[in-house]
Every structure is written in C-alpha cells, then in structure tokens.
Write a protein that binds this ligand. Structure first.
Ligand SMILES: [Zn+2]
Length: 334
C-alpha cells in the first residue's frame, strides 16, 4: 500500500470553527449531520478532514488527535476505511446509486470500531432523487455515523435537507486577519493583497491563488485595454483580450468595477474593490447615472450566464454582440 502521507493545512481562521464543532462531541451533544454553508477558498475541506481525524482517533487528548494511533495513520495515508469522501473531482454528480452505496457502508459496524464519516463536499452536485434517498438516512441515522455536507451556493437546495442538518456558517476571516496571513505568504505588495482579497470575496486562499496563478497580471492587462478602448470609444478593442482566457472571470472583474462606480456614484467610498483603477471607475461614476450602471451590470450578468450555461455557442460572436450593445447603452454609438 502507498506510504504517502497527507499533510493537511490548518489555516488560522479554522481554529475556532474546529473547536466549536469538536466541543459538541465533547459535550456528548453532537448532531449527526453538519451542513456547512460557506464560500470557496476558505479551506473547508481541510476543516472537515481535521475534525474527521479527531472523530476517528483512538487516543484523543482534549481537542487534539494523537497523530500516532493506527486510525490517525490510516487517515494520514488516505486509507481510513471509515472515512468516505464523495465528489473528489469537481464534475462528479451524486446520484441515487452513490447514496445506495453510502447506505451499505453506514449500516455496517465501523471497521476501526469508532465512528464513520460520510463527507459530501458539494450538495449542489446531488440529483433530486439522491437528495430524497439521503433524507431517509438523515432521518434515522445509524449509530456512530456522522455526515458532513457542504453548500457553496446561496440557493437552498432542499429545505427538508436543511431541516435535518445542523447549519453552520463558515464566514471569511476579518480583512485585517486575512491580510496578515497574506502578507506572510511572500507574495507581491500589500496593495495587491487587499485588492486580490476583495475581488475574491474575502477568501485568503483564493486571493493567494489569484496572485500566484498570474490572474493579477491578466486583470491588469484587461484594464489597460479597457481604458484605451473607452478613450477611443471603441469597446471592440477589448475583444481579443476578453475572448481568449478566463472570459467568465474577466466579466466578473468588469462587473466588480461597475459596482465600484455605483458605490462612488452614491458617495460610499469605504470598500472600493478596485482602488488601483480609479480612472476607469471615475469614468463610469462621473459620466453615467446609476440606471445606466445598473443596466450595464445586468447585460454583463446575462452575457455571463449565457456563456456558462449554453454549450453550443460561438463565444466570440456573443461577445461582439455584447460589446456593441454596451456601446449603445453607454452612448458611444447612436
Ligand atoms: Zn490518533
């Protein structure tokens, strides 16, 4: 068997949530199903992994697992027979067959004698029949079985599912704390860190990735072209850069910029996201009223939706159409 050891990070902002959830077990009042609502990039997978390791450890010391017992070693090598993680790859959908498979596992006695963990890492990936089948398990859960479910969406999948779980909201850390962490990650300078953090909904891990994956540079480039195209009153000039890589992300960045323009328009300057792009933001907040800004955000949101949900489409044509429509709204062309 492979002897690879898994080193799972323990991010500083996860320490409290970890303790809160472990405390429930120490007080002998654990809920058998935990549904964590959160955003991506906060390390929720790591959180569940550490909690599971504690739940499976045979020699826990207060809130710590021992890291030495057989169970801890099995977890560290990724081979624990009572730890069942589903949706390891992002495109995986959970069907009723998966739930049947889960059923078979949970009604057996735990192989290592302690607990069993079922981890469903994104409930949006469950089909409706899978949810219904899962509900039965959650209604009459077998002993020593703990479910962890994660929901990244704002939309409620099923209120019955919610009612059978204990809901825990995992929020991004305070900006100050995230910045402290980012500043210790040997990245670019502080200005970049704050902007990257705000672009990524306050998620420190996503912000770090944003900088180290070169997205910061892509964004900078996009806005250089964007500013030029606005000065020339020809939005089609951003087409080459918009249509190549990360089109959806680039649309998000444009929308965030428009949100900033709205904020400035209403004189609310506290949490401007793109404060390195004031010239662009001011162009919009000074020349247009909120109705036009709002309309602009709407057409971009619609365009983004079409791009991400309708597969057989000529992306470039759609973007040309979108840019021309926007030129009209901005009165570049009459
Ligand atoms: Zn242990």
């Amino acid at each position: 068997m492979a002897s690879k050891t898994i080193h799972m990070k323990f991010y500083p902002w996860l320490k409290n949530p970890y303790k809160i959830i472990i405390k429930q077990h120490q007080n002998k009042k654990p809920h058998h199903a935990f549904l964590i609502k959160t955003i991506k990039g906060l390390g929720v997978f790591e959180l569940i992994w550490h909690i599971s390791k504690w739940l499976l450890c045979n020699a826990v010391n207060n809130t710590k697992y021992c890291n030495k017992c057989h169970s801890c070693k099995l977890m560290s090598s990724g081979n624990h027979p009572d730890w069942h993680q589903y949706m390891k790859n992002p495109s995986e959908i959970i069907t009723i067959d998966h739930i049947r498979e889960i059923n078979e596992k949970i009604f057996k006695y735990p192989q290592q004698g302690k607990n069993k963990i079922i981890f469903l890492s994104d409930i949006q990936k469950l089909t409706e029949s899978a949810i219904n089948a899962l509900l039965k398990n959650l209604e009459e859960p077998p002993e020593k079985t703990y479910f962890f479910l994660i929901d990244y969406s704002n939309l409620k999948v099923s209120s019955t599912l919610y009612s059978r779980c204990l809901i825990y909201k995992l929020f991004p850390p305070k900006e100050k704390n995230s910045l402290n962490w980012l500043n210790n990650q040997k990245l670019l300078n502080k200005t970049f860190n704050i902007i990257s953090l705000r672009i990524n909904q306050g998620s420190p891990i996503s912000a770090k990735k944003f900088i180290s994956d070169g997205l910061w540079e892509e964004r900078k480039n996009l806005f250089i072209y964007f500013l030029k195209s606005i000065k020339d009153k020809n939005l089609l000039k951003i087409l080459p850069i918009l249509s190549v890589n990360n089109t959806l992300l680039k649309i998000d960045w444009i929308c965030l910029l428009l949100f900033d323009a709205m904020q400035i328009y209403f004189n609310y300057k506290k949490k401007i996201i793109n404060f390195d792009q004031l010239e662009l933001i001011q162009f919009f907040s000074c020349n247009y009223n909120y109705l036009i800004l709002d309309k602009s955000i709407q057409i971009w949101t619609k365009c983004r939706y079409t791009l991400s949900n309708i597969p057989v489409i000529n992306n470039e044509l759609l973007l040309i159409e979108q840019l021309l429509k926007w030129e009209k709204i901005l009165s570049f062309i009459v």
